[in-house]
Design a protein around this ligand. Structure first.
Ligand SMILES: Nc1ncnc2c1ncn2[C@@H]1O[C@H](COP(=O)(O)OP(=O)(O)OP(=O)(O)O)[C@@H](O)[C@H]1O
Ligand SMILES: [Mg+2]
Length: 515
């Protein structure tokens, strides 16, 4: 499948601004196909023909794009984009491009020998004809049109004239992603005074849902009790405008108003209406789902706090100091997980700013330093990366352990806890500063990573310390989390700036392989 831009580049001499104009036409032409009940095909002159066509002075024409109507059957079941035709096969296209005038409607035989009617409309930009738009549909054959068909066809011929005069598509950048209402959703034609000339049955239904009960024909939207800002705006600015009209919390209708121009003068407005109440209801559901998720995080946090309290009560009842200490450590670890859920219960998404976790954890560790003579200062520096919840939770536990180790091993122990753990490094010092550095996210081989460093100026590691040889629970929890769960790396070593102290650096990817 070729794109319009590709076909134009390969087969035509169109300049970028021309291609831009055609792109904008194609972005909006579903409306034209629906209103005309026809297939639309966009042609542009291709490189010169050879043989008889060349001798007869006929050119070749390439199809840049096509669209089928949603309001009628298609005359072009096959894909035409990129196909090149000679002028003898597409005489209307040739005549249209040469004369710069609309050609037809002519009768012709379409695919499967169906009789069809073709209209060729010149596409103008700044006075030049840059392409031809053909509209191919069932011949009207003297059939009597209903009011809807008549109104649609009138709107189409207005818009077709605008295409030929270079007034449609509208200049400026249309957002191609914006989903505009289609004709089947409901159509309203208004005259230059903003009075409704015609409203399709689906349009009437949409108005009923907005609370309009009066006869709509002949009335302005304002007379019908609706906000007509969108219609006035499209008239005043001579370009399309979109607005949502609502009734209460439950009915929402999107109105897209296209001004109909005739040599720059507004002669009417074509409004397409779409009931988007269901879309809005789903939006609200999503918002409330988000609220539910936050509520759940809140409850998880509360439950973790309850578990901590239960353990704390139990710790008070045991007589063994070792058992008490073990329980208190568990309390601390659970509390650091609660911090993450607390943060998630406040955030809209599934991501948490790491500072929101690091700060309360630092505060928790500071509070555990109850002895006033131990003046250890904690500092948080670096970036403030946002982490996915499944990275934030293990990292919160890791940080808790690393900070607790600085308190337990780097600085002077309170007399009761002296000698606990496997420390045996230089004499702990009384006071100092612990710096927590968070950097990232930065790129390593195309994957985003963050780094968390904990640097202390305390006693330093014991002689011959190695991470592999260490038997403490804290660092083994840290290793399991960092290396297995987070698929990251960890290093524990003495400071490299000549001072005593320890530096732990953890580096983890934000997205893991098994995700
Ligand atoms: N910041 C630090 N300064 C000095 N020594 C440290 C530091 N961090 C860790 N260590 C050394 O590494 C050892 C292992 O630490 P780990 O956290 O695994 O166990 P622990 O702290 O002794 O016990 P637990 O964490 O289970 O209470 C410590 O006993 C200590 O000797
Ligand atoms: Mg420890």
């Amino acid at each position: 499948m070729y794109s319009l831009a590709e076909v134009a580049r390969v087969h035509t001499g169109l300049v970028a601004a021309d291609v831009d104009h055609l792109h904008r036409l194609v972005a909006n032409w579903g409306l034209l196909a629906d209103l005309s009940f026809t297939d639309l095909v966009l042609f542009a002159a291709a490189d010169l023909a050879e043989g008889a066509d060349a001798r007869a002075g006929r050119r070749r024409y390439v199809v840049l794009a096509q669209v089928r109507p949603t309001t009628s059957q298609t005359m072009h079941p096959n894909d035409l984009v990129g196909q090149v035709f000679t002028g003898s096969v597409q005489p209307q296209v040739e005549r249209c491009l040469r004369s710069g005038e609309t050609v037809g409607p002519d009768e012709l035989l379409a695919a499967n020998d169906v009789r069809a009617s073709i209209l060729a409309i010149p596409v103008r930009r700044e006075g030049r004809v840059i392409g031809v738009l053909t509209s191919v549909g069932l011949p009207s054959g003297g059939r009597r049109h209903g009011a809807l068909e008549n109104a649609y066809l009138t709107a189409f011929s207005r818009l077709a004239r605008m295409v030929a005069l270079g007034e449609f598509p509208f200049p400026g950048s249309e957002d191609p992603l914006k989903e505009l209402p289609r004709v089947g959703d409901g159509v309203m034609m208004l005259d230059e005074g903003g009075r409704v000339q015609y409203c399709s049955p689906n349009g009437i239904s949409a108005l009923h849902r907005l609370g309009v009960v009066a006869q709509v024909e002949g009335a302005t939207l304002a007379r019908l009790g609706l906000d007509e800002g969108v219609v006035r705006m499209s008239m005043a600015q001579r370009r399309p405008a979109t607005q949502e009209l609502s009734r209460g919390n439950h009915t929402h209708v999107l109105v897209h108003a296209v001004p109909l121009l005739e040599r720059k003068a507004v002669v009417g407005v074509l409004a397409v209406l779409r009931d988007i109440s269901d879309v809005r209801r789903l939006d609200r559901l999503l918002v409330s789902k988000d609220t539910h998720i936050r509520e759940i995080h809140h409850r998880v946090k509360n439950n973790l706090q309850t578990i901590s309290s239960l353990l704390r009560i139990q710790a008070r009842r045991v007589s063994s100091a070792e058992a008490r200490e073990a329980i208190e450590e568990s309390v601390r670890r659970i509390a650091s997980i609660a911090v993450v859920h607390e943060t998630l219960s406040r955030e809209a998404g599934d991501d948490v700013p790491f500072t929101d976790i690091a700060r309360p954890i630092i505060r928790m560790v500071e509070e555990s330093l109850m002895a006033p003579e131990r003046a250890v200062l904690f500092r948080l520096v670096g970036d403030a990366p946002t982490l996915p919840a499944d990275v934030a939770t293990p990292l919160a536990l890791v940080l808790t352990e690393l900070l607790q180790n600085t308190v337990d091993h780097a600085y002077h122990q309170s007399p009761s806890a002296e000698g606990s753990g496997e420390s045996g490094g230089a004499a702990p010092v009384d006071s100092g500063e612990v710096i927590v550095t968070v950097t990232g996210p930065y790129d390593v081989d195309g994957a985003a990573r963050v780094r968390v460093g904990v640097l202390d100026d305390g006693a330093g590691l014991a002689e011959g310390f190695s991470l592999d040889g260490s038997t403490g629970l804290g660092l083994s929890i840290v290793r399991t989390l960092v290396e297995h769960e987070l698929e990251g790396t960890i290093s524990v070593r003495g400071r490299d700036d000549g001072r005593t102290g320890t530096e732990v650096v953890v580096e983890v990817p934000l997205v893991r392989d098994h995700d």
